[in-house]
Design a protein around this ligand. Structure first.
Ligand code: G6P
Length: 451
């Protein structure tokens, strides 16, 4: 097996031990020569701590992989085969602002939904463009495997504007849902007895399920998981509050939702619950900041040589299953069925051909081949198209720094109150994110002058 070079940007993340574990578990399929963990100055301390743990994990596994730590992205990218991205511009403090400022104005703030998600895209997309510029020069054949949120929008920007066709967007949510479906049907986690098919956008997708005999079991799972009479405890995602869906509405959809649909289908209850968290300084980002501190304390222990159990309490747990399986499937032409963000190419009939959608796909050596989904019912078609339009406006604003486009993105987002409130919120968030938004510098200056 040929040795490969992998570069992880945002390598100082607390999630990195999971990625390392994922590669170790697939050592027979992926022959890692070098793994470079790249971070920026602000993330240097974390990178040093998690990098040392990564080296201990690899040594413990008896492997001779080179783990390199650097702040020099260009040095790392030279001749890379796979570049994975998991960085957070502005670190967790930026996420705290994304969550808290909208809530202060009585609107949902979340890291990928509402105004918070739009601002995360504004901060992230210019950096992805810079990374692609470097890749074009230093590793023109590499695959870009993106995890950075908002994963779907970042992937669309990379493909449409960066023209990096070999980009695949990933998320752990579908993996969690596959497990949930198996739990509901009383099937072992590693069994292949169910066939699931997902379609939609990142954090905005639906799925259907069939059993081995070809019977569709979507309605049965719906009842077992979401019926108010269900007696089974299902473990959801750690990062999204499990406010119940309206069962009558779900039944009528006839497809299963993902947890993020709560922000839309149960918008009023979610907002009240999150306003409570805001009051108590218990927003998810604030909690995660504490969890991170604890994780890094654990990582510092020189006797720790594996991924600590506490890491599974993070919302993104299982992300390495997605990343490492994707890489293996491309390298070995395994044709694994996975859910990825990729070009629609007609798989969802109601969506533009060049839209990046999240869809069950067969992963080949030439990338994902999406499985055909067909049309959505009117109950989904409208919201899906509207959400995609909001994403397009957000990406355009992130690339151009055009204030009008940014305002239109806000006006198209269902979690933002429309009218003057949208503009007040947008202006405040622009000023608060000044350091990370060079593309909006002119407008931010104007807003500050007008104060
Ligand atoms: C889910 C999402 C990820 C997100 C994570 C947040 O897994 O799919 O996109 O990054 O949750 O988890 P956290 O523990 O940071 O709140």
């Amino acid at each position: 097996m040929e040795k490969i070079k992998i570069v992880t940007i945002g390598g100082g993340s607390s999630y990195t031990p999971e990625l390392i574990e994922g590669f170790i578990n697939r050592r027979d399929e992926i022959n890692v020569g070098e793994l470079w963990l790249v971070d920026c100055q602000e993330g240097e301390e974390k990178q040093r701590i998690v990098g040392a743990l990564a080296r201990r994990m690899v040594k413990e596994a008896g492997l001779d992989w080179k783990i390199e730590l650097t702040l020099d992205r260009r040095r790392a990218l030279k001749d890379a085969d796979f570049v994975t991205t998991q960085f957070r511009v502005g670190l967790l403090d930026a996420r705290i602002r994304d969550e808290r400022i909208p809530l202060k104005h009585g609107m949902m703030g979340q890291e990928t939904n509402g105004a918070g998600g739009i601002f995360k895209a504004f901060r992230t997309i210019p950096v992805i463009m810079d990374i692609i510029r470097d890749m074009r020069e230093l590793c023109p054949d590499a695959w870009l495997v993106n995890f950075t949120n908002p994963s779907g929008m970042v992937t669309e920007a990379a493909i449409k504007y960066g023209k990096w066709e070999k980009t695949v967007g990933l998320c752990n949510v579908p993996i969690r849902y596959e497990k949930l479906c198996k739990q509901a049907m009383g099937i072992a986690e590693d069994s292949e007895e169910l066939f699931t098919k997902f379609a939609g956008l990142n954090h905005f997708h639906w799925h259907r399920v069939w059993d081995k005999k070809g019977n569709e079991v979507t309605a049965e799972i719906m009842e077992k998981v979401y019926s108010p009479d269900s007696e089974t405890e299902f473990v959801g995602m750690a990062n999204v509050m499990e406010i119940p869906f309206l069962y009558d509405q779900l039944k009528d959809l006839k497809v299963l939702p993902c947890t993020y649909h709560r922000y839309y289908y149960a918008a009023d209850q979610m907002l009240s619950a999150y306003l409570e968290q805001y009051k108590n300084h218990e927003t998810r980002a604030e909690k995660v900041k504490q969890t991170e501190k604890e994780l890094f304390e654990l990582y510092k222990d020189p006797n720790l040589k594996g991924k600590p159990e506490q890491l599974t309490q993070r919302g993104g747990t299982y992300y390495s299953d997605a990343a490492c399986e994707l890489i293996s499937s491309i390298l070995n032409d395994k044709r694994t069925k996975m859910v990825v963000s990729t070009k629609n190419n007609g798989a969802i009939a109601d969506m533009p051909y060049d839209s990046i959608i999240e869809i069950s796909s067969i992963i080949t050596s030439h990338g994902p081949e999406p499985l055909n989904w067909g049309k959505f019912d009117a109950s989904i078609r409208g919201v899906l198209q509207a959400q995609k339009a909001m994403e397009e406006l957000t990406i355009e604003a992130a690339i151009t720094g055009d204030y009008g486009r940014a305002l239109q993105a806000f006006m198209s987002n269902p979690l933002i109150k429309h009218g003057e409130s949208a503009q007040i919120l947008l202006d405040e968030m622009l000023v608060e994110n000044k350091k990370y938004l060079p593309q909006f510098a002119g407008k931010i200056h104007e807003l500050e002058e007008a104060k």
